[in-house]
Design a protein around this ligand. Sequence first.
Ligand code: ADP
Length: 482
Amino acid sequence: MTSFASLVREANLINGQWVAADSGETIDVTDPASGTTIATVPNAGQAETKRAIEAAHEAFPAYAGLTLSERVALMRKLHDAIQDNLEPMAQMLTAEQGKPLAEARAEVGSSAAYVLWFAEEARRTNGATIPSPIAGRKLMTTRHPVGVVAAITPWNFPSSMLARKLGPALAAGCTAVVKPATATPLSGLVWGHLAEECGFPSGVVNVLTGSARAIGGEITSNPKVRKITFTGSTEIGKQLLAEAAGTVKRMSMELGGNAPFIVFDDADLDKAVDGAIIAKFRNAGQTCICTNRLFVQAGIYDRFVAAFADRVASLKVAPGAEEGSEQGPLVDDAALSKIEELVADALAKGGDLVTGGSRHDRGGLFYQPTVIGNATVSMRVTDEEIFGPIAPVYRFDSEDEAIQAANDTNYGLASYAFTTDLGRAFRLQDRLEYGLIGINEVLIVAPEIPFGGLKESGLGKEGSWQGIDDYLETKYTCIGGL
Ligand code: ADP
């Protein structure tokens, strides 16, 4: 018996019923630290998805018709349920995803915080009155939930990415069909269980696991789905945008990143090293806001690389559930092979292997935290999202050069810079083409802030006062003849 066994749901939630796939097929859920199977979940497809969408559609009018106080009360209960189950949910997350337990606890805690934030924001979904240019008329806007929302989430933050989507959807009065990533379905299914326990009516939250193509295909083509909210790769995001064009759905996209981390000569070296460790190695480098490219100015380059590599070499690589683990396993074999390819490519193109560079002695999916010095733009790591524990370090001379290199990508999600020059900090704010900018800080995400990318990193914002907007339609009404 694991500590989270009572939270494991090995079935899908459709219209308040926990059901198997129509085919009876299942998918194994494995612990990436050990390779052992910890649960099985249904391999659902198109027909189950259609039923889930139907259930959400049927449940919508009554749920949207709850009073604001009733909806907020349900949201607060959900927040409390997540808080009450924080420890087993974190252990479940580490077991299926691999991240260190401390990171899993932080993720589940932030999931609860998002739910509470959106419960509060629901009270501020104000409309407006508009001065009329014509006599005898009253003009106003009112805001209404968009309807059925489909949420497709990735494996790297299976809990908090859902919180950012279900939080505003449920707060706005929408109903939902959720498809968690196949590698980490338990942290998605548990939301169905908690929503049920908290008293959300049947059909308001439906959770499906299985074939991404079959489930995704029904979601994108079914006219009853009024909005899709997706976090994942830019490649799949573009595919969903194209597929959903046929039914003109509202789309929110949190896609890939290629975060620059710029260290200027005037930076506080210790703070820059601390920041680089977190920004690069959290979740073994498998986050869309993880540093992909470190740009270090010539005057501080040698000192930074030496201090950074020292810290990197001492990171504790261990299963996430082991005390003190700082870097867990990669998510699967494909991720490990990609990391090996990227390192081989960088070394073949003249990079210096400063530390790491091989699979870890622990075997399995563990890889050594790696620093590659003298990185150049011809390396694949310059343009590809690494999603693993490799830190390529590029040398630069001028501020202009660093900003241009940082912006030379189709992505625009997170960026970081370390400098003690206040003027430069504001120049960076103006010139970095990124949705998130951390100056002398790397832990910059919270429910209060608008998280979202520029360019091909996405559409829309999650969190903040903007996070609920995408789940609401604005209607304008003119009352004439007054
Ligand atoms: P990641 O690199 O995070 O795995 P993906 O974009 O491949 O990024 O996956 C993110 C989510 O999108 C997962 O839940 C995955 O199952 C889902 N997904 C992948 N392909 C499709 C598709 N064709 N239609 C709908 N969802 C998909």
